[in-house]
Structure formats: structure tokens, C-alpha cells
Design a protein around this ligand. Structure first.
Ligand code: HPA
Length: 234
């Protein structure tokens, strides 16, 4: 057991899919994993382990925001020897290079969070995806004709951001989407020398105001989960 996960060491697989929403973790386990077993319900942050194409994989909720993601990612890497985490989430589109329903593969994650200040002081560390996972995910998406765009994410501490300028500034520097967890995940993967990737479907668009319906979100999300699972088993 770790502080926030009530699993014995062998109950969590070396590869973990992490949606923000714990109910999504349950849905992933029930929909895609064979023989899923729930190993965690501490604080309702559901976690399951099963197999996909014969490979043991876990689905673990991260909660919303970098502090929550950091708690679970650190315990997975440190206490359960997890080798790779793929975040499977949603993001807001920032740039006209993406549309709703696209999947953004987060090559990097800029952030307004102060979480890395105690680690690096004045240096602004650049949290980045694992190249191997990114390359395979891009290839799988291409094979499956899934609209995937690779580029920067903005991991913001604010869902309701009073600074309405910052997203257009970042878009001007090629950042594609805003979410709230990838930078913490990438930083911890770097600290523990493990692999991490964030895949985010664009659920709403900050420039166009366009939104996806619940049904569209579910469909795109499903396609993205398959890309994440296939990327892990290859
Ligand atoms: N902001 C932050 N996180 C998000 C958004 C957003 O607009 N959409 C989906 N996740």
C-alpha cells in the first residue's frame, strides 16, 4: 500500500492508463480490459488491473490538476515500480491548428504552475513526452485514421483562468491545447526515469467556442483509448 493507493505491490501493472475521472478508469477497465480487478477505492480514486492483448495494464484515475496527478504518478512510479503512464484526457483547443474531436499528442507541457520551482529554482524545466511512446502512438493513430496532432500542451492550474490573453500568447508559440495534468506527469516521469505520454481529445475550443456532444466525446475518447492501449502493447 502507498499513502493514497490501497493496492499490494503486485496488484498494479507496469503500464498504466490515467484518465482524470475515476469513473473513466472504471469504464476503460470494463470496456477494454479482460478480467479487470479493482485494486483501489481510496478517496474514490478508482484503479483497476486487467489484461489487453495478453499484457497486464492498469487504469487509474488521476483526479483533476497537477497536485492530484503528482500524488498518484509519484506513488505509481516510486511504490509500484510502474514503467509507463499514458494520460488519456480531454483538453481545450487553443489554436486553429486543431478542431474539436482531434486528439492532441502532447510533445511538451508548458505550465503556469509553481510546482517545479522547488526542483529547479530559476530554471524553467521543459516537461516533455517520452519519444518512443509518442512515436508509436502517432503511428498507431495514423494506421487507424484517427485525427492526431502532435504539439505542445498548456498544463494550467486554472480551469477558469482570469488571464484571457495567455492562451492566445501560447497559441502564437505553437501550443495546441490546454489541460491541467501533463506537466506534472512528464516531470515525475523524468525524475524517476520512466516513460510518460499525454493524449487529449479536444473537447471544446477556446477560439471557436465549439463543443463536442457527450456522445461525440465518448466516441473520440474510445478511439483514443485504443491508440493508448496499442501503443503500450507494441
Ligand atoms: N481548460 C482546462 N482543461 C480542460 C479544458 C479547458 O478548457 N477543456 C478540457 N480540459
Amino acid at each position: 500500500m502507498s499513502t493514497h493507493l490501497g493496492a499490494s505491490p503486485d496488484q498494479i501493472a507496469p503500464y498504466v492508463l490515467m484518465p482524470g475521472d475515476p469513473y473513466r478508469a472504471r469504464w476503460i477497465a470494463e470496456t477494454f480490459l479482460e478480467d479487470p480487478l479493482q485494486y483501489n477505492d481510496v478517496r474514490g480514486m478508482l484503479g483497476y488491473t486487467g489484461t489487453y492483448a495478453g499484457v497486464r495494464i492498469s487504469a487509474q484515475g488521476s483526479g483533476m490538476g497537477q497536485p492530484s496527478m503528482a500524488i498518484y504518478a509519484q506513488e505509481l512510479f516510486q511504490d509500484y515500480d510502474v514503467q509507463a503512464i499514458v494520460r488519456v484526457g480531454t483538453c481545450g483547443g487553443l489554436s486553429d491548428a486543431v478542431s474539436v474531436r482531434d486528439v492532441i499528442l502532447g510533445l511538451s507541457a508548458s505550465t503556469d504552475s509553481a510546482m517545479n520551482v522547488p526542483r529547479f529554482g530559476q530554471v524553467s524545466f521543459a516537461p516533455a513526452a517520452d519519444f518512443t511512446l509518442a512515436r508509436i502512438a502517432a503511428a498507431v493513430a495514423e494506421e487507424r485514421l484517427l485525427p492526431l496532432v502532435a504539439g505542445g500542451l498548456f498544463s494550467s492550474d486554472q480551469f477558469y483562468n482570469p488571464d484571457t490573453e495567455i492562451t492566445s500568447t501560447l497559441a502564437g508559440y505553437g501550443v495546441l491545447g490546454v489541460e491541467m495534468e501533463a506537466a506534472a506527469l512528464y516531470t515525475l516521469a523524468a525524475q524517476f526515469s520512466r516513460r510518460a505520454l499525454a493524449l487529449c481529445t479536444v473537447s471544446d475550443h477556446l477560439l471557436t467556442g465549439e463543443e463536442t456532444s457527450a456522445e461525440e466525446r465518448q466516441e473520440t475518447f474510445e478511439d483514443m483509448i485504443v491508440v493508448a492501449l496499442e501503443s503500450i502493447v507494441r
